[in-house]
Structure formats: structure tokens, C-alpha cells
Design a protein around this ligand. Structure first.
Ligand code: ADP
Length: 724
């Protein structure tokens, strides 16, 4: 069987996702493999598919034993016979499984790392042929990561003790360069075929929300947007998790808690109920989640700010593994920063590690305070640059709120930092600016500095908000000491001299709670028949109850939505639906066909007409939305505004405006680019750099040019000379 055949037969898919094919072929050719893919990128299929095609067995090492049963159940549903070995089995069960394994009943065995070097497992391994070892969540081997599991260090010893070294494939979603190197070294991967897929998760909407009452925001947000759909709420402490759960239940939601302080069996039950869609919301500490592969989590709310970007991205990333639009919200409050700092202070880390932790925390604080694209900020953390400067699918890119000039306020704050000789932290600076009579202020004689009281009329939170924004924009630096101090950056000089203006969103300065509804989000063109979708969901739920399985193990939401879009009424038509493989069709196909056929008859739906209608509407929606966007930018261009002025009015970056105008030019409108080039010499320099470096790599072009020439200049020259 070839790989495409296996993909359709077992998994029901026609195409590979990014990176999958390379890694699968790598393993099938006998190479080691290292796959770094974002959550939802399809890592499991990368080792499950070769496991089916290789002769012999595949061992999958995975850190979370509580999930193994689900993973194995899902595989058996797909027709891939699998089992697991971990400490939840008693001796009889274990012996029985060993016998079955020896008889060759299974293709895949999930195993907990603690089991690998046990006497009985070693004996078993000697008697059977193991072709491949897949190491899931490979970053757990790294002491630098936040998920370090000592038992992972057992893996290399186990591999080295095997008479024939199998193919080793390692997968993870979280890995900075440092961790990637460590994985390769510690797992002793031999010339692995590598694939590092971009970290972007285009189906996830990100937003940071600053509200005074978090609980009432959460209640309204879920009521308005997610009455039926599953979601996770992450809290910093067990107490908060308990109290949020209680308040949600008082409001009529169906929520359970999950944290380290609970009775383990209740906790497991809560997790199962969430996975099986018996409860809608799980309110958890960071103890919840690694390896949870519930694909239809539609929202993740961070009630408190986590420790760093890596942790945030991993937790938020549990939304939308199935690729459907899903929503990640971080509720920001400055008291959370203080809490996180205390946590760092109270641990006995080395100074070096402490500094790293402070730096990582600061990155997340900057994320919360930036006005720029949130997606770009996340990607930047992982060392990626995003192509477009406006993703159109995050709170900032879709926020049309008015921007106000805060240059004067910024100058006052920066001068104050200068006047107190860059020796104080945020709170002290605020107190000085607001003319506080606080004992410390007086003790240090700060009431004598010239900036004392120059922002009296501003509230404490407004001054703090502006300071945070200045930090995130790089005008203020924060030291990584225990008591962080504010310093001026090189960039701040331009603001102080009045050469550069600073803007901020008006509503954030007035600190009113923004009301962001799901309707404001970039909607995917979801055009399925809602009624049929609900019927199919009901059918799925009743089958899942009968079989004692989670509904998504039968079919994912995305598969049911496709059915409710294309109304398949025969086996052949059903097999074209994404997520319907041969084995699944044999088990469930007829039940679903019956519901669809009955629905079409009753509602007199002609599937062909429906499909044409969907296709046309899809096209129109996309064209209308984008054309409208470019049109508004073009109108401002016609008013003779500069790029910066257009960007300010549209609340986009200059980069995005250049992209819009380039699109207008492509559509036949005339653009006089020379309006945006201030001197012809600059253009010549850029052109000659492009000549040398080629047009593809903007970074290489930029590196050949003097510093004052920016990316925007290069893009303008490219557009003017129609080089693309
Ligand atoms: P990860 O482990 O990388 O987070 P999973 O292995 O759980 O991701 O896969 C995420 C989702 O993508 C699953 O619902 C899976 O069925 C689906 N998937 C995997 N490969 C494909 C593919 N080639 N086409 C469509 N969907 C896929």
C-alpha cells in the first residue's frame, strides 16, 4: 500500500498537511526523524502512518498515561490495532497484553517512559521485532523546557540496550533552538530528517483584554459566543480555579475544575467528562493539558497571565486542533505580573535562571501591551517573522478603535525616568509623576525632581498603561533584577526630541472594558446547514454513549460540517468527505447516510444546487471583504496623504498599507510610488542591493544597505519598479 492509499483508507484524508509527507517518507526510508510542528499540525499521523506500513511493531513513548487509553481507542477505531503498557494495568492484564503482543496482534504499542527499562519489558522487546520508536512530546527530555520529565532521560539507555537499533522519530510542538539541539543530542538522533513547520496557527484568534471585572466579562463572553461549545479557562491558582468554576455553575453553565489539589479520581473524572462533551467548560490550573488531544476546544481563556510566552502559546494552542476557527483570550491585569514575579522570587533558582525567567515574563507582558499584530508578536518570540504585518485575525488587527496621540505623556514619563537617574521601578515613577506624598517618595527626595506631579490629573492605571505601552514599543527598558528598574532606550531619544510620535488606543486609556464579540472576528466562511449539522451531532453523541467513547473519536466536528455542506448520499460520496476513511465508513457510514438522506428528502434539498450555492457565496464573501479593504486605503491615497498618515487613519502599519496599494495596482489602479520616495539616491542604492541579493530575501537586501533604509523603503522600490 502506498502512503496516499494508507492516508485515505485509515485516516480518511486525501492530502498531507505541511511537513507530514517529508517526515513520513523519511521514516519509511529508515531515517531518524525530528518533527517540530505546532499543536494541531498532525504529529500523530506522522508516526502512525509509517507504523502501519513498516513490518514489525512501533513503540510510542508518551508522557501522559491518562491519555493512552483514548489514543489507543481512537487507533482501533481507525482499524489500526494498538494497545498500551503503563502503570494503570494490574499484573494479570499486563501478562495478557504481553502474550497478545508476542502473538503479533498489534501494530502500535503506547508505553510510559518509566516502563522502558523494566525487566519484563526488556524481555518482551527481545522477542519481538520493533521497527520504530516514536517519542511524543520530545521536549520533555530537555531540562531547559518547562515540561522536563526525568523519566525521559531513560529513553536513550533503553534504545542503546536493544540488539538492533530501530528507527527513532521524535516529535514536539514546543521547541526553541536551544531545546531542539538538546533533543537531538540527548536522544542521540542520527542525521535526522527534520521538518520545522511554522508556529503559526491561522485558525486561532488571539486577543488580550483589559477589564476591571474579569468574572462578568467571562460570563458575558461565553454566553454571547459559546453557549454550546467546549472551552478551557486557565487560572493561576487552585483557589481561583475553584471559585471561577463555582460562579460559572451558579450562572447555569456546566463547568468542572481541574487542579493538582483535587482527589485524583475526581480530577480524572472531570477530565473525561470534558473530553466526552459531558461538561462544557473545564477550569484548570496549568496542571491540565499536556497531550490533551480533544480537537474541538473552541475557546481558551486565560483568567490570569501565565509565566511566559511558551507556556501561554502551549495552553492557548489547545484550542482548535481540528483546524476550525477558535478563540484565545488573555485577560490582563497588572496584579498578575506582580504575582508571577513573586513566584519567581520565591523559588531558589540560580541568578542566571532567574534572569531568564524575568526576561520571559517580560516578553509576555509586552505582548499584553502591544498595539501591533499579536500573531506577529508570538511568531517573533519563536524566531519567525510573519509575512504580512496585519493578520486580520487577532484583537489588535481587527480593532478599529480610535488611536490618540500620547507623545506628550510619553515625553513626561521618559523625562521622569531620566530625572530620577534611571534608579526606580514602575510604581515609584508613577508616584512621582502623580505627585504622591508616599513616605518612600519623600524619603528619597523625589518630590524635589522637576517632573514631580506633572501628571497629577491622570489616574494611576492610565499612567501605568502608558508606561507598559512604552515598554512594549521599546522606548523604555526594564532591568531583570529582583526589583526591576526602568531605563531609557536609545529609541526614546527620538520621542523626547519630538522626532517620533507615539499613539495608543483611546479606550484603553479611559480603561473602559472593550466589548469584543465573536461577530467581530474574521469569520471563516462557514456555510454548512446548521440543522443537519445538529442532527449529525446528535447521532454521533448517541453512538458515543453506546460505545463509551468520546464523540470526536467517531467523527470530528469538521467532518460533520463537511457532511452538512455537501450532503453525501452514497458510499462513494461519503468517502470524499475529509475524515471518512474506509474503516470508519464500514463502522458508521450507513447511520450517517440515513440521517443525511432523510434530511434531504424531507427538506427537498438538491445536493448539487446546494454545493454550487456554497461555492458562489464563498467566492463573493471573500471578494467583497478584501476589495472593500483595499478601496478604503485607495481613497485615502487619493487624498494625497503620506503612507504614515494613511496607516494611522486605517489603524494598520505602513507595511500593510504598501501591501494594499500594491494590490490596488495589480487590480489596475494607478499608484504614483515616487510620492513615497524622498530621494532618488536611496532608490538607486536599494536597486543595486536587489541586483546583488535577488528579490526573494528582503533580509539579505536590508543587510546590504545603510541602517536608515528600512524594509518599507525596499518594498516601495520593489512596487514602484514592478519587480514582483
Ligand atoms: P498534534 O499532535 O500535532 O497536535 P494531531 O495529531 O492531534 O496534532 O492532529 C490534529 C488534527 O489534524 C487531528 O484532528 C487529525 O485528525 C488532523 N489531521 C492530521 N493529519 C491530517 C491530514 N493529512 N489532513 C487533515 N487532517 C489531518
Amino acid at each position: 500500500m502506498d502512503i496516499y492509499n494508507a492516508l485515505k483508507t485509515y485516516f480518511g484524508y486525501n492530502e498531507f498537511k505541511d511537513g507530514q509527507k517529508k517526515l513520513i517518507l523519511g521514516a519509511l526510508k529508515g531515517n531518524d526523524v525530528l518533527g517540530i510542528m505546532p499543536t494541531g499540525g498532525g504529529k500523530s499521523l506522522c508516526y502512525q502512518l509509517p507504523a502501519v506500513l513498516l513490518d514489525g511493531l512501533t513503540l510510542v513513548v508518551s508522557p501522559l498515561i491518562s491519555l493512552m487509553k483514548d489514543q489507543v481507542d481512537s487507533l482501533n477505531e481507525l482499524g489500526i490495532s494498538s494497545t498500551y503498557i503503563n502503570s494503570t494495568l494490574n499484573d494479570n492484564e499486563l501478562n495478557y497484553r504481553f502474550q497478545e503482543i508476542r502473538k503479533g496482534k498489534y501494530k502500535i504499542i503506547y508505553v510510559a517512559p518509566e516502563r522502558l527499562n523494566t525487566y519484563s519489558f526488556n524481555n518482551l522487546v527481545r522477542d519481538i521485532k520493533i521497527s520504530m520508536i516514536a517519542i511524543d512530546e520530545a521536549h520533555c527530555i530537555s531540562q531547559w523546557g518547562h515540561d522536563f520529565r526525568p523519566s525521559y532521560t531513560e529513553i536513550p539507555r533503553f534504545i542503546n540496550s536493544m540488539p538492533n537499533r530501530p528507527i527513532i522519530v521524535a516529535y514536539t510542538a514546543t521547541a526553541t533552538n536551544l531545546i531542539i539541539e538538546e533533543i537531538k543530542e540527548l536522544l542521540e538522533l542520527r542525521n535526522p530528517v527534520e521538518s520545522i513547520i511554522g508556529f503559526d496557527r491561522p485558525n486561532l484568534f488571539y486577543q488580550v483584554v483589559k477589564v476591571s471585572n474579569k468574572m462578568s466579562y467571562v460570563i458575558d463572553y461565553i454566553k454571547n459566543n459559546f453557549m454550546e461549545e467546549s472551552g478551557i479557562i486557565y487560572c493561576a491558582t487552585r483557589i481561583t480555579a475553584e471559585s471561577v468554576t463555582e460562579k460559572l455553575n451558579q450562572q447555569g453553565f456546566n463547568a468542572v475544575a481541574y487542579h493538582g489539589g483535587m482527589n485524583p479520581s475526581i480530577r480524572q473524572q472531570n477530565q473525561d467528562d470534558f473530553i466526552f462533551n459531558k461538561v462544557q467548560i473545564i477550569v484548570a490550573t496549568n496542571a491540565f493539558g499536556m497531550g490533551i488531544d480533544k480537537p474541538d476546544v473552541r475557546f481558551v481563556i486565560h483568567y490570569n497571565m501565565p509565566q511566559n510566552m511558551e507556556a501561554y502559546y502551549q495552553e492557548a494552542g489547545r484550542a482548535g486542533r481540528d483546524g476550525e476557527p477558535s478563540y484565545c483570550t488573555l485577560l490582563y491585569s497588572s496584579s498578575d505580573i506582580v504575582k508571577q514575579k513573586l513566584l519567581i522570587q520565591n523559588c531558589t533558582f540560580s541568578e542566571q535562571r532567574e534572569n531568564i525567567l524575568y526576561e520571559n515574563l517580560q516578553y509576555l507582558v509586552d505582548y499584553c501591551n502591544t498595539n501591533d499584530c499579536l500573531r506577529a508578536k508570538i511568531l517573533e518570540y519563536f524566531g519567525e517573522t510573519s509575512e504580512a504585518s496585519n493578520c486580520n485575525n487577532c484583537g489588535n488587527c481587527l480593532d478599529n478603535s480610535e488611536m490618540v496621540d500620547i507623545t506628550l505623556e510619553a515625553q513626561k514619563i521618559l523625562s521622569c525616568i531620566y530625572r530620577v537617574q534611571e534608579r526606580f521601578g514602575v510604581s515609584a515613577i508613577i508616584q512621582v509623576l502623580r505627585g504622591s506624598k508616599n513616605k518612600k517618595v519623600l524619603e528619597f527626595g523625589l518630590d524635589k525632581v522637576s517632573t514631580y506631579g506633572i501628571m497629577k490629573e491622570y489616574s494611576e492605571s492610565t499612567v501605568r498603561e502608558i508606561i507598559m505601552t512604552l515598554i512594549s514599543k521599546g522606548y523604555i527598558l526594564v532591568t531583570t533584577d529582583k526589583f526591576p528598574v526602568l531605563r531609557l532606550s536609545k529609541k526614546s531619544v527620538d520621542v523626547l526630541k519630538g522626532n517620533e510620535k507615539v499613539y495608543h488606543k483611546r479606550h484603553l486609556l479611559e480603561l473602559k472594558s472593550p466589548s469584543k464579540e465573536k461577530d467581530n472576528h474574521a469569520s471563516s466562511s462557514e456555510l454548512f446547514d446548521e440543522e443537519l449539522f445538529l442532527k449529525l451531532k446528535e447521532l454521533r453523541y448517541s453512538i458515543s454513549q453506546e460505545k463509551g467513547m468520546a464523540p470526536f473519536m467517531i467523527f470530528h466536528d469538521s467532518t460533520l460540517k463537511e457532511m452538512a455542506t455537501y450532503f453525501p448520499q452514497s458510499k462513494a460520496a461519503m468517502l470524499t468527505i475529509k475524515g471518512v476513511g474506509l474503516k470508519k465508513f464500514e463502522t458508521y457510514g450507513d447511520f450517517f447516510l440515513d440521517v443525511i438522506t432523510e434530511y434531504c428528502d424531507k427538506s427537498q434539498i438538491n445536493p448539487i444546487e446546494k454545493i454550487v450555492e456554497v461555492a458562489l457565496k464563498n467566492n463573493d464573501d471573500i471578494n467583497n471583504a478584501t476589495n472593500d479593504r483595499y478601496k478604503r486605503t485607495y481613497e485615502l491615497y487619493q487624498q494625497n496623504l503620506t503612507l504614515k498618515e494613511i496607516a494611522e487613519q486605517r489603524n494598520f502599519t505602513v507595511n500593510t498599507i504598501i501591501e494594499h496599494l500594491s494590490k490596488c495596482m495589480k487590480n489596475g489602479q494607478t499608484i504614483d510610488w515616487s510620492r513615497f520616495i524622498d530621494n532618488p539616491e536611496k532608490e538607486d542604492k536599494i536597486l543595486s542591493a536587489i541586483n546583488k541579493a535577488g528579490i526573494e530575501k528582503l533580509k539579505s537586501i536590508k543587510e546590504m544597505l545603510p541602517e536608515e533604509i528600512c524594509y518599507e523603503d525596499i518594498k516601495i522600490v520593489i512596487a514602484k519598479n514592478k519587480l514582483r
